[in-house]
Structure formats: structure tokens, C-alpha cells
Write a protein that binds this ligand. Structure first.
Ligand SMILES: [Zn+2]
Length: 255
């Protein structure tokens, strides 16, 4: 018998208002001049992304825009982000980070538990003898939900990084929000307990924040828009962390 049990779900939530706002942005935006053409995306998908991320639907030549092409474009952005190193000579490679931790990408059109607010989930929300487990070994699978396709390109890219971070062995995961726009939802689990302003700490929202900080402060090409990342950093810091300091607010969003 196949058990379909939600055993672990680290989700990336957005508020309804943000979802609607983002979908308006998405529908009214035009393709960026930096975006690759459809053949380039198909080539990268076929020769690299499909295998790197264990995509769970058939490999076919896609048209643009389609849901598959939008996922390919997100991975293309992650692959092609170029950063100036920080003062320690370090710069992150978010594509490699995502590839390291995500074994499979699956698509779940409707999530019955969170029909309106889930962008994506990491973990293995549907443990299934065929799909979720291979020879008794749990697979690190990220599922993308419909709302993923109605968010903007920056959020899609950071969502992949967010979900990948949940597969780190020391991920502390989320807690209920003590304040901010998600705090009125009962049992929301939509915040990180504490904000850390260094790479490699905290949970998913910390990884979102640090991703946007690199885009805003270090990006040297135009794969993503710095102004969009700046807005997201402000939103995240004030709404998705239960603990942060005034100095951190000054350092990151008031400068
Ligand atoms: Zn999460």
C-alpha cells in the first residue's frame, strides 16, 4: 500500500497580499534584455539542469514561456550570477549550493494543506514508496507549487536557495512569527527565530536575505534587479525574523 503522509515540510510561505502584488508585477513585466533565448534555455535544460536537479517530469523540448522554461530560466539566473568578492575574498556560488543539496525537483499543482500561500516546499512532503523513497533511502526533493510561477524572478531564484538550505543537516527550520504580516496566521511557521547577518547560518529566510544581499551589494552583471532585492531585504528583515537588532536594521536596510 502506498502511504502518502506529510512527514516533513519546510515551506516557503508568502502572504496573500505579496502573492497578488507579485502576480501583478509578473504579468505586467516584460522579458529582461539579459534573458537567454528559448533555444539556449532548452540546451541548458537538456545538457545540465535536468540532470543536476533530478527533474521529476519527462525531458522534452519546451516552448517559452511555459512552466518548464520558467524553471529553466530561474536555474539559468542562479548559474550566471557574478559577484565581486567580499573583503575576505569570498563570493558564493548559489547554483552549486542548490545543486549540492537538492536531489530532485518535482511539481505539485495544488497543495491541499496550503492552497494559497505555499511557493515551494523542501523535504519530502509526500513519502511515497515509488517517488519519495528509493531503496529505503529518503530523497532530498523540492516541490514547486503553482504560486512559484506567479512570483518575480528574484523570488524564484531565492526560493530555490531557501529550499536547498533546508536540506543542510544543521538547518534549525522555521518557527511561528511573533510579529509581522504572517503573525496572525495560526501555527504559521513562517519566520526564522533569529537573524544572522553572515552567510551560512539560520534557516530558509536567512538564506533568502543573504541571497538578496549578495545580489544588491555585489552583483556585477544584470541577471537580477538590485532594486527588487533591496525591497525584499527590507520586507524579510522586518517580517520574517523574530529576533534582530537595531544595528542590523541600520546596517542592512537604512544605509
Ligand atoms: Zn522554509
Amino acid at each position: 500500500m502506498r502511504a502518502r503522509v506529510r512527514i516533513l515540510a519546510h515551506c516557503h510561505f508568502i502572504s496573500i497580499a505579496v502573492a497578488v502584488f507579485s502576480s501583478i508585477l509578473h504579468l505586467s513585466s516584460t522579458a529582461s534584455a539579459a534573458d537567454p533565448d528559448c533555444e539556449t534555455l532548452n540546451h541548458s535544460w537538456k545538457t545540465k539542469y535536468y540532470k543536476d536537479f533530478g527533474v521529476q517530469w519527462p525531458l522534452v523540448h519546451f516552448r517559452c514561456p511555459t512552466q518548464t522554461s520558467e524553471i529553466a530560466l530561474t536555474l539559468y539566473h542562479l548559474e550566471h550570477l557574478k559577484f565581486t568578492p567580499n573583503s575576505k575574498g569570498y563570493s558564493p556560488n548559489f547554483y552549486s549550493f542548490a545543486k549540492k543539496y537538492i536531489e530532485q525537483i518535482a511539481y505539485l499543482p495544488k497543495d491541499k494543506d496550503y492552497p494559497n500561500t505555499t511557493v515551494a516546499a523542501a523535504g519530502h512532503p509526500y513519502e511515497d514508496s515509488v517517488l519519495g523513497t528509493i531503496f529505503g533511502k529518503t530523497v532530498r526533493r523540492m516541490t514547486l507549487n503553482d504560486i512559484f510561477f506567479f512570483t518575480d524572478e528574484s523570488m524564484r531564484a531565492s526560493t530555490i536557495v531557501h529550499e536547498a538550505s533546508h536540506f543542510r543537516p544543521d538547518d534549525p527550520s522555521h518557527v511561528n512569527c511573533s510579529h509581522g504580516d504572517m503573525s496572525t496566521e495560526i501555527g504559521n511557521q513562517a519566520c526564522d527565530a533569529k537573524f544572522y547577518d553572515t552567510d551560512g547560518r539560520g534557516s530558509g529566510y536567512n538564506y533568502d536575505f543573504i541571497f538578496h544581499a549578495w545580489v544588491r551589494d555585489h552583483l556585477t552583471n544584470n541577471e537580477l534587479e538590485k532594486s527588487v532585492s533591496n525591497e525584499k531585504m527590507t520586507y524579510l528583515l522586518l517580517n520574517r525574523f523574530n529576533e534582530y537588532t537595531n544595528d542590523q536594521v541600520k546596517k542592512w536596510i537604512l544605509n
